[in-house]
Write a protein that binds this ligand. Structure first.
Ligand SMILES: *Cc1c(COP(=O)(O)O)cnc(C)c1O
Length: 231
């Protein structure tokens, strides 16, 4: 059997395959600081976490120039823990949550970049807004008053299915939503430019459909060990 590749080798191979316009979010959830530092040493700076406490702890312990992306489902009562550290929140799915992020960003005297999460999968369990709900949020008078958040794009997760055609059409629909919302609400703002789609199993399809941020865990760090204690 061949020796498994190191994190640095996986990353090098992965980055070599990414087109220039696509950035890699290295999804480090459940993995220890040492694994993150190994990736950091190769130049990787964007890391993704989906638990508030885990992001807070790692942000305090690890180098300050890491850009932490929150990629999980965010509860309003927990926003305060990541507000000082987070560089991009991928999963905004309500005006209420966005208002809370705005409030906590203001307390920290900063602006927090956010993506609206759209529901594109057929599965019931995935979070996110419909296209119409995203439109309604962006058109809401209260949204215009939020000075400490900036919507820089959309995020979505495709169905967990081996049906490549279905995954492709789900990513295509997210791309269409992105184009429509950009024309309608962000025509004057070049900052609305990110499309977060694609994970270890479907990132090639996502890139083909216009992804600018791929969120990759397993293909870089190996499988996750959910049973290990929060270290
Ligand atoms: C865990 C996670 C990923 C990474 O998944 P892999 O299959 O390990 O690449 C991407 N996006 C979200 C929202 C996640 O929770």
């Amino acid at each position: 059997m061949q020796a498994p590749m190191s994190i640095a080798q996986q990353l090098a191979q992965f980055n070599a395959s990414l087109p220039a316009q696509v950035r890699l979010v290295a999804v480090s959830k459940t993995h220890p600081n040492e694994a993150i530092l190994e990736a950091y040493a190769t130049g990787q700076r964007i890391f993704g976490e989906n638990k508030v406490q885990e992001l807070e702890r790692k942000a305090k312990e690890l180098p300050a120039d890491i850009q932490w992306h929150f990629i999980g489902h965010l509860q309003t009562n927990k926003v305060k823990y990541i507000a000082p550290y987070v560089s991009l929140i991928h999963g905004i799915d309500s005006l209420k949550l966005l208002k809370t992020v705005n409030k906590e960003a203001q307390k920290n005297e900063r602006t927090i970049d956010c993506l609206l999460q759209l529901h594109i999968a057929t599965e019931e369990t995935k979070f996110g807004l419909s296209h119409a709900e995203a439109e309604a949020l962006l058109a809401h008078p209260e949204f215009a008053q939020l000075q400490h958040v900036r919507i820089v794009g959309l995020m979505g997760m495709a169905s967990f299915t081996p049906d490549a055609a279905q995954v492709r059409s789900e990513f295509a629909s997210l791309r269409q939503s992105f184009e429509r919302l950009r024309q309608q609400f962000f025509a004057q703002q070049s900052s609305f430019c990110e499309l977060s789609m694609g994970m270890s199993d479907d990132y090639r399809t996502a890139i083909e459909q216009g992804s600018t941020l791929v969120r990759i865990g397993t293909a870089i760090f190996g499988s996750r060990h959910y049973t290990s204690p929060e270290n």
